[in-house]
Design a protein. Structure first.
Length: 570
């Protein structure tokens, strides 16, 4: 670490910033005990991993500017870490959570306290385990209200309801991913989707426990919809009711009305729903947006019930059958696109204009040839291969004896390299019929280094290697502007004109269209090591990830904080 000189004039401004904005902020203390818990779903009892025995896990509610101190105690038999999805974690990368990226895992019997402050974010985020596939059951909502004395940019709704969309396996999800890693085949698809952890009426043994959202006629409810599913983009709709989108990923958006939402895993969408229909019972339902042609997927539908209070009855009365919403076809890419291109910031925003780092990353699947001498049981992918995935032809491998952030901070070499390519090593027709000779990426733990304050543009280009599909790309430690998206190969000559540099939406997870591309921009003003990855856990398992190493700026307020004393070691 360079010595910090507070007298340097550059740092003067930083210090002022450091002490501004401290007044009404609160500190919230929580204990998260990660533990095995018996739950019954789909007629079977399973021992799942939860936080505090709750499924979904506890909802955290704070105000913008508050600090969270969460002591995570691991009483489960797996390594675990918790990620605070979408929280900027300014200078507090140690609290971000992805295992072997910003920390070593919390081993069974151990604990770690995450400390971080919410700065300038309002709306809905969530938290989830970020080790192996534990997030299948270890997740919950993180609600950020405006600062005290400040208000939503829309009339305060009468009620607010978190709607967590999840995915359920009739078996241990850790066994599912371990089997896939052992065989190289695609992991088993799930058995159900869930709303607030309940599959709902359309599944066996589930009607009793269907999630019910009560409303009074005429009132407005704010639904905070979170896609916590492991491997599936989901459409969501409520019968007979329009939804007014007012926020996403904890930023406000220019309100627009729609009858259906599409969320990739990791994304949140805040919608206002007015109880302006006949008092009755209406289904809210979610099911797959499955963009990959021919790939198997869970085609079941989860439901909850929006129940007008005058239409509810407690005993001795027959409940009317709820009205069912119309949902798009599983492969309805036009509806998904029409929805995602409606997002705008509420007003003009400062999008970085002069770009310092013009990056082009391909994202997609691949197949790895069976290593010489490996048993066929190890190569159960298509034609005796193993599934893989990559960005710019690098399939990301996690270190196993250190975290990237610790290795960076302590200057330990041999854990990662900083030669992640700025552009694909080979240019080809990304969305065409790609030659088989290009399908096998290399493996590596490669980071891309960014100077503090660099203005970054990344074109995320989907490939059609093996099969094209929509990838929900998530960047840790940042929100980014989504300035354009489109189909086919990105063409800088013709597509640059489509850039929205006026009022693009600010998000932490972008759905890269199937056979298409998305362009994002951000300023690298948060030092640390930040994972960028597909939020389909099946794809991150195969290596669809990379990480940025953002250097410190000149003064303390632009530098990564020192690690907490209880940071787990490997
Ligand atoms: C995955 O599915 C196959 C076929 O149905 C089954 O034999 C196997 O046990 C499943 N794996 C796990 C981990 O449940
Ligand atoms: C969607 O699937 C249906 C049948 O499953 C098929 O007829 C249709 O062509 C598909 N549409 C697209 C855009 O792939
Ligand atoms: C840590 O792992 C890396 C590669 O995974 C290896 O090169 C390095 O020698 C290991 N370091 C120690 C201390 O085991
Ligand atoms: C794709 O290209 C290969 C040769 O590179 C050819 O054998 C195959 O028929 C092509 N497939 C399609 C659908 O055009
Ligand atoms: C990825 O790298 C491997 C190994 O060099 C090469 O065989 C393959 O063609 C490359 N694919 C692409 C898309 O660059
Ligand atoms: C648990 O974490 C330790 C590092 O702290 C690692 O060595 C070990 O391989 C991990 N176990 C599993 C099952 O990933
Ligand atoms: Cu993906």
């Amino acid at each position: 670490m360079k010595p910090f000189n507070p007298l340097s004039s550059l740092c003067f401004v930083c210090i002022l910033l450091l002490f501004a904005n401290a007044e009404s902020a609160k500190i919230h203390y929580h204990d998260f005990v990660v533990q095995a818990t018996l739950v019954k779903r789909l007629c079977e009892i399973h021992n799942i991993i939860t936080v505090n025995g709750k499924f979904p896990g506890p909802t955290l509610e704070v105000n913008n500017g508050d600090t969270l101190v969460v002591n995570v105690v691991n009483r489960a038999r797996y390594n675990v870490t918790i990620h605070w999805h979408g929280v900027r974690q300014m200078r507090t990368g140690w609290a971000d959570g992805p295992e072997f990226i910003t920390q070593c895992p919390i081993r069974p019997g151990k604990s770690y306290t995450y400390r971080f402050t919410i700065q300038g974010q309002e709306g809905t985020l969530w938290w989830h385990a970020h080790s192996s596939w534990l997030r299948a059951t270890v997740y919950g909502a993180l609600i950020i209200n405006p600062k005290e004395g400040e208000f939503y940019p829309f009339p305060k709704p009468k009620r607010e309801t978190p709607i967590l969309l999840g995915e359920w396996w009739n078996t241990n999800p850790i066994d599912v991913v371990r089997q896939a890693t052992r065989t190289g085949a695609a992991p088993n698809i799930s058995d159900a989707y869930t709303i607030n952890s309940q599959p709902g009426d359309l599944y066996k043994c589930s009607s009793q426990d269907t999630t019910i959202v009560h409303v009074d006629s005429g009132e407005i409810n704010l639904l905070r919809v979170i896609n916590a599913a492991l491997n599936q983009q989901l459409f969501f709709a409520v019968a007979n009711h329009k939804l007014t989108v007012v926020g996403a990923d904890a930023t406000y958006v220019k309100p627009f009305t729609t009858s259906v939402l599409m969320l990739g895993p990791g994304q949140t969408t805040d919608v206002l729903i007015k109880a302006d229909q006949q008092p009755a019972r209406y289904y809210m339902a979610a099911r797959a947006y499955a963009s990959a042609q021919g790939a198997p997927f869970d085609d079941t539908t989860t439901t909850a019930i929006l129940e007008y209070n005058t239409a509810s009855c407690s005993t001795n009365c027959v409940k009317t059958k709820p009205v069912f919403p119309s949902l798009p076809a599983y492969n309805d890419t036009s509806t998904a696109t029409a929805f995602s291109t409606k997002f705008r910031s509420p007003r003009r925003v400062e999008v970085p204009k002069e770009i310092d780092e013009n990056l082009f990353f391909t994202v997609g699947l691949g197949l790895e040839n069976c290593p010489r001498g490996a048993p066929s049981s190890y190569c159960q992918g298509p034609s005796g291969t193993r599934f893989t995935a990559s960005m710019n032809n690098v399939s990301f491998t996690l270190p196993s004896n250190n975290s990237l952030l610790q290795a960076h901070y302590q200057g330990i070499s041999g854990v990662f390299s900083t030669d992640f390519p700025a552009v694909p090593p080979v240019k080809f027709d990304y969305t065409g019929n790609v030659s088989r000779s290009l399908w096998q990426p290399i493996r590596g733990t490669k980071l891309y280094k960014l100077k503090y304050g660099a203005k970054v543009q990344v074109v995320l280009q989907g490939t059609s290697i093996f099969s094209a599909e929509n990838h929900p790309m998530h960047l840790h430690g940042y929100d980014f502007y989504i300035i354009a998206e489109g189909f086919g190969n990105f063409n800088p000559k013709t597509d640059t004109f489509k850039f929205n540099l006026i009022d693009p939406p600010l998000r932490n997870t972008a759905s890269v269209p199937v056979n298409g591309w998305t362009v994002i921009r951000f300023i690298a003003n948060n030092p640390g090591v930040w994972l960028m990855h597909c939020h389909l856990d099946v794809h991150i398992t195969w290596g669809l990830a990379m990480a940025f190493l953002v250097e410190n700026g000149v003064c303390e307020s632009e530098s990564l904080e020192p690690p907490p004393l209880d940071l787990p070691v490997c």
